[in-house]
Design a protein around this ligand. Sequence first.
Ligand code: HEM
Length: 431
Amino acid sequence: MKHWFSDLVAFQRDPLNFFLERGSNATEPLVPLSMGPYPVMLVADPNLIKPIMKADEAEIDKGRLIYKLREIIGRSSMTLSGESHKARRAALHQQLARGLATSYVPQISALVRQQAAALALEEKFDAHHATSRLTLRVICTILFGPNVLTRADENMLVEAIQLVEDDLAADIFKVLPDLPWVRRRKKARMQRGRDMMTFVVNRARAKASDASILRALEDLRLAPDEFGDEVLLLLLAGHHTTGTAAAWLLYHLASDPVLAARLADEAERVSDDAGEVIPGRLATAPVSLGFVREVLRLYPSAWWLSREVQRPLELAGRKLKRGTSLLISPWHLHRDPRFWDDPLVFNIERKFSGAAYLPFGAGPRACVGMGVGMLELQLLALDFAAAYSLLPLRVQPSDPKPSITLLPPDLPLHIKSRATGRSMWPVTHGV
Ligand code: HEM
């Protein structure tokens, strides 16, 4: 007989494989999982995603698994519903909508180029170490205006995230309570992480320029705590997701000289005579767009999403009780051979439409920063490919680590400027 948490051990041992196996071998659209006292269903059929993600909040909403993130991001748009969510989302959308996001192109491009030049001086670097700092700079520039973070601030934020992320991830699917002293230690770590983040956010806010998203949020007249939570959410959701995907993007750029050459060509096509990217050309740049989409398919930063049934309902022929968690795993859906040809093959020419592709979620709670995230990754690919040769220093990287986001393993890379240095690539690189 199945115990009510019989799936938990397999999940905790290897969450990525667990979702992939259960999802890909599913014989029904909703797969019941025994992961604790509450009912949990894995959504194995992509056709259910729309009805779930677009359901009325009174029927299906965010739920307790997502609310656990409140320990860090408090009551912010990610964890709120109803009118308070709508008002915040509208304010953010006004600043971040896809068309508007392109106004950030010159700033993002400048930060990418600065970072690439600094890395080329070092010659060797770890991809995620570099991209986590770069994406932090980008989101801070968008949020607060240029040059508000010092190097020490950046390090403190990255350290704070590392401090809390694994505890938070482990707590989300926890069934048995921690022993008191373990709980105390975790609580202290969590508080310290949040204090470090709040310290940096307050310093940045004090230096913020007028033209930033911060001012739009101020117009909402939130209580000071709520305001702080919203800023912290933007900072975390806005950089950690992009930073982890960006690390894989650099790895694949380094591993595929033919792709690197195609991107370098495209960089020329989307730039003016002075080498500046023309924002209007990015939406129709197929190589970089396909590249970014394929990276987000194989390494979706948000590797699981969850919703909770708010009142008894029927879905896919199953009667679901109030409190049932519905888990959707982009990691599974993006790699399920039922929906993708050769799912493990990196192929930027795929067709990325369809319900089984959702790196940014779906429906009214889909990522509000999608335009900025896509833009950052596209510019990263184009700017690096335009001027640098990259080489992976480890041929077979380890698997990603599932935490709150999908963390990349060590991805050591070599970088050399193509203008000044001798290329390390064979002729196919088109130097
Ligand atoms: C590659 C980069 C990114 C990925 C993969 C990503 C992914 C996601 C996903 C999957 C969701 C939906 C979560 C759910 O349905 O439960 C989400 C929500 C959100 N994201 Fe992103 N994101 C990225 C970049 C960004 C950026 C750059 C920002 C801010 C500038 C941002 C801000 C947000 C916010 C505020 C929400 C909550 C939206 C709401 O509930 O209304 N994200 N993101």
